[in-house]
Design a protein around this ligand. Structure first.
Ligand code: RP5
Length: 167
């Protein structure tokens, strides 16, 4: 993890339960790839409502620049954090045993005007991490250059797959 001594986290990764970690780990891995310091915690909207509000209210002052929030089922965590922080919130719908994650997706994506959550796909932890990198890169030329390199690598991988199919 990049949250090494001397590197203050700029991204908060939070989730409703540790059972969400297999999905949310993708966000952490993406941030690691770009050497972006982050913190990770369980902040349940329903089981820890006061702590959840405090986390959202204090996040900007603590130096975070965006929050990645994942939850499953009645997934209110991303929206409630967005209600109390001025930071961008990226919501990750975590699929549970029933309903294939549609419940999580709809709980997160249908926010009222004025309170946006940037919702990624069901199970899209990795894209959440990459989106957070892009948010930071918009004001960080070095990080922007690394994101361009990453995009070139995606292009090369896809091109190589086509070559293999055509061979
Ligand atoms: C949600 O309930 C969590 O985000 C998790 O996706 C789901 C199940 O939690 P556990 O029962 O596994 O703790 O709030």
């Amino acid at each position: 993890m990049s949250d090494a001594p001397g590197t203050d986290p700029v991204i908060g990764i939070v989730m409703g339960s540790d059972s969400d970690w297999p999905v949310m780990e993708g966000a952490a891995q993406a941030l690691d790839e770009f050497s972006v310091p982050y913190e990770v915690d369980v902040v349940s909207a329903h089981r820890m409502p006061r702590e959840m509000i405090a986390y959202g209210e204090q996040a900007a002052e603590r130096g975070l620049r965006a929050i990645i929030a994942g939850a499953g089922g009645a997934a209110h965590l991303p929206g409630m954090l967005a209600a109390v922080t001025p930071l961008p919130v990226i919501g990750v719908p975590v699929p549970l045993k029933y309903l294939d994650g549609m419940d999580s997706l709809l709980s997160i994506v249908q926010m009222p005007p004025g309170v946006p959550v940037a919702t990624v796909s069901v199970g899209g932890g990795r894209n959440a991490g990459l989106l957070a990198v892009r948010m930071l890169a918009a004001h960080d030329p070095a990080l922007l250059a690394r994101m361009r390199e990453f995009q070139v690598s995606l292009n090369e991988q896809a091109t190589e797959k086509g070559k293999r199919l055509r061979a």
